[in-house]
Design a protein around this ligand. Structure first.
Ligand code: ADP
Ligand code: ASP
Ligand code: MG
Length: 425
């Protein structure tokens, strides 16, 4: 008998029919003799609709109340799923994040899991029941308040439960057949990947491939949880995310491709601090000012300074939601920092190619720049890691860039991928 954690995303439980379909799948797994714990997201676009509703009543909703509101979404789906399963004659009990022991930090909207004490989940399993846990939510012991883990956080709930319960596998059910070489909504000829290393998946998730929550991938890697991403609409095998130190799940592989995937996202903004005196300590001062806003910086580029003025420009990207406050903080310290101009651009996109094969191959950047040039796309910034090259382009060029790179690196499949549901919102 195995212990299986199954996570169902919003598009997999979008309406009553979908909930019944998912319930049947869960019951089949249980009847096959496994213990089953389920993490479930809010139905369809419920979270976005609740956010819209909050924005309709006040411009800046109180973070504590926003978490109270959003966690209601998962409460609806967990209860409906549990009652559907019980209606099918199988025991099931639903639990909120706090009942399931998801203990988090206090940051509303971006809480991190610090402990998992799934006593009630274990008791439910011991009684032979299926435990259904609300995804994306937790509880902070200090404040006594309900928290959320950030958008897409139900994946992390599932992985944290799998680690705490020492599950055999954590299955992430979604609206596509697994992890593809890029988002099949952008490139229909995206190719399904059978197995991907956790380090490549980390880079893809950090670069905008929302098929898995970044923190879920980190958590799984740290706790040795095996992830299987697959469709809730078909019974096909999906994609296994594996630890390269433990070897490919299907044994020795033929030569792996150099590039594994392409990812992109639009939710960053670019800040350019112009005319910065090129003296030691200036960068420290500028980034200390940014750090005080708690904004998370992604790419940084510093130009060489102009010989006549000995001044330079520094550009960096930050999450869109934090862009304005960063600009305000820099503006407030303008005199002390000594720069001459400040530019803000929220019409940017970040496009990244990822592949462990980059470590041992040369010419990947040349190929990338040529492909973007031939597609007529201008590059505004570049950053690299050992296995990733990211560029910033104009927001309007994002999809074209993804398509061009997918083709240039030979990733196009022969037939189109299936997108089973969801609005892609
Ligand atoms: P869920 O509601 O199940 O959590 P998400 O919408 O969060 O689903 O994630 C699934 C979506 O991720 C897919 O429908 C697809 O559009 C998008 N996606 C982005 N990059 C990829 C990728 N590399 N492989 C598969 N899907 C991807
Ligand atoms: N319902 C939450 C969201 O839409 C969490 C999740 O689906 O993972 O972001
Ligand atoms: Mg998701």
């Amino acid at each position: 008998m195995a212990l299986i954690v199954q996570k169902f995303g919003g598009s997999s439980v979008a309406d009553a029919e979908s909930i019944k379909r998912v319930a049947k799948r869960i019951v089949d797994t249980r009847r096959a003799g496994n213990d089953v714990v389920v993490a479930v997201s809010a139905m369809g676009d419920t979270t976005d609709e609740l956010l819209d509703l909050a924005a309709d009543v006040t411009p800046i909703p109180a973070p504590r109340e926003l978490d109270m509101l959003l966690t209601a979404g998962e409460r609806i789906s967990m209860a409906l799923l549990a009652m559907t399963i019980k209606g099918m004659g199988v025991e099931a009990l639903s639990f909120t994040g706090s009942q399931a022991g998801m203990i988090t930090t206090a940051e509303h909207g971006a809480a991190k899991i610090v402990d998992v004490t799934p006593k009630r989940v274990r008791e439910a399993l011991d009684q032979g029941a299926i435990a259904i846990v609300a995804g994306f939510q937790g509880f902070n012991r200090g404040t006594g308040d309900i928290t959320t883990l950030g958008r897409g956080g139900s994946d992390t709930t599932a992985v944290a439960l799998a680690a705490a319960l020492d599950a055999d596998v954590c299955e992430i059910y979604t609206d596509v057949d697994g992890i593809f070489t890029t988002d099949p909504r952008i490139v229909p000829l995206a190719r399904k990947i059978d197995a991907i290393t956790s380090e490549e998946m980390l880079e893809l998730a950090a670069s905008g491939a929302k098929v898995l929550h970044l923190r879920a991938v980190e958590y799984a890697r740290r706790h040795g949880v095996v992830l299987h991403v697959r469709s809730s609409f078909s019974s096909d095998e999906g994609t296994i995310v594996y630890d390269p130190a433990k070897g490919h799940p299907k044994g020795d592989q033929m030569e792996e491709p150099i590039i594994t995937g392409v990812a992109a996202e639009k939710n960053e903004a670019k800040v350019t601090v112009g005319g910065v005196p090129d003296v030691p300590g200036k960068a420290a001062q500028i980034f200390e000012c940014v750090a005080r806003t708690n904004a998370n910086i992604d790419m940084i580029v510093q130009n060489i300074s102009a010989a006549d003025t000995n001044r330079t420009d520094i550009s960096f990207t930050v999450p869109l939601a934090e862009g304005r406050k960063v600009v305000e903080a820099l503006e407030a310290d303008r005199e002390e920092l000594g720069f001459t101009s400040l530019l803000y651009d929220d019409q940017i996109a970040k496009v990244a190619v990822v592949g462990a094969g980059m470590r041992t191959s040369s010419g990947v950047s040349a190929q990338l720049f040529r492909a973007l040039f031939e597609a007529g796309i201008n590059i505004e910034m570049i950053s690299t890691s050992e296995i990733r090259i990211s560029v910033v382009t104009h927001a309007d060029a994002m999809e074209k860039a993804v398509r061009a790179l997918h083709t240039a690196f030979g990733l196009d499949a022969d037939s189109e991928a299936t997108v089973y549901g969801g609005t892609g919102r």
